[in-house]
Write a protein that binds this ligand. Structure first.
Ligand code: AMP
Length: 283
């Protein structure tokens, strides 16, 4: 497995692979890998001849006062996990290569970025779309695999890829959870043992909402009010948002239907955790 830090070197590798007629799967991440990331790599391995993992803590997607400096990093352990997962290349550029002095171009997706994380993290998706476009141009993958834990991000990337006619197939993968239900996240390391227990309130909220729906409740306000009470019982929990949205438009709904997704963002102590799930049982 190669670790490539230079954009030119990465492009040369891609050219050689493409000339040989091989396909490239791509998993973009910010590193500090967990099993959620590994599930994306497994899928990538199946879908392409070559597998590229990028590890880049992208400064442009963090707002002021967010955790860019503190974001957990661990390239050595990531390399071992990546090797075991069958990664061919880790692309890990420096920020100054990606954004050299004079850098001035950004990609903005309108509409679906004006809600949920787009509201509480202004500029976040502009940073995400910019870096993903750049990475697509450098890695030139045939497919790219994203987790639906970041439900809105996946929707925004699909929109951007369609709108800009990017020749990449976007694959969404299910949320990978700890045995007790907590969605895996690199940011879970910030949780104290007590907050780790409190953080279960996110997956429990999803469960509660699904139960309410299966017993006949369809009013989004009623469900959201219940969840608010449940979450506020946790001493270190602070709600950023609880919304029930249409899976494609991400517009708020008043009544639950087959397209309804519950999306949550909750601070538990320091980290801001997100989770989501469809509300109606699949028939
Ligand atoms: P990150 O490094 O956290 O920015 O995430 C990189 C990719 O891994 C994104 O596509 C995430 O949606 C995905 N991912 C993160 N956590 C999980 C998880 N628990 N299950 C599945 N995919 C995940």
């Amino acid at each position: 497995m190669n670790i490539i830090k230079s954009i030119d070197e990465m492009k040369q590798w891609v050219a050689t692979v493409r000339i040989a007629g091989e396909t490239i799967s791509f998993v973009p991440t910010m590193g500090f890998l967990h099993q959620g990331h590994l599930s994306l790599l497994d899928e990538g391995r199946k879908r392409g001849d070559k597998l590229v993992l990028s590890i880049f803590v992208n400064p442009t997607q963090f707002g002021q006062g967010e955790d860019f400096e503190d974001y957990p990093r661990g390239l050595e352990q990531d390399s071992q996990l990546a090797q075991q997962a069958g990664v061919d290349v880790i692309f890990a550029p420096e920020a100054k290569q990606m954004y050299p002095s004079g850098y001035a171009t950004y990609v903005d997706v309108e509409g679906i970025t004006n809600t949920l994380c787009g509201t509480s993290r202004p500029g976040h998706f502009r940073g995400v779309c910019t870096v993903v476009s750049k990475l697509f141009n450098i890695v030139q993958p045939h497919n790219a695999i994203f987790g639906s834990k970041d439900f809105q991000q996946l929707a925004v990337i699909k929109r951007m890829t369609l709108d800009l006619n990017l020749p990449v197939e976007i694959i969404g993968m299910p949320i990978f959870r700890e045995a007790d239900g907590l969605a895996m996240s690199s940011r879970n390391v910030y949780l104290s043992p007590d907050q780790r227990k409190q953080a279960l309130v996110l997956s429990r909220s999803l469960q509660r909402a699904k139960e309410m729906v299966s017993s006949g409740e369809t009013g989004c306000d009623v469900i959201i009010r219940q969840l608010k009470m449940l979450i506020e019982q946790q001493p270190d929990a602070r709600i950023d948002y609880i919304q029930i949205c249409h899976q494609l438009t991400l517009e708020d709904q008043t009544h639950v239907d087959a397209d309804s997704v519950l999306l949550l963002a909750v601070y538990v102590g320091k980290p801001r955790l997100i989770d989501n799930g469809f509300l109606q049982a699949e028939s």
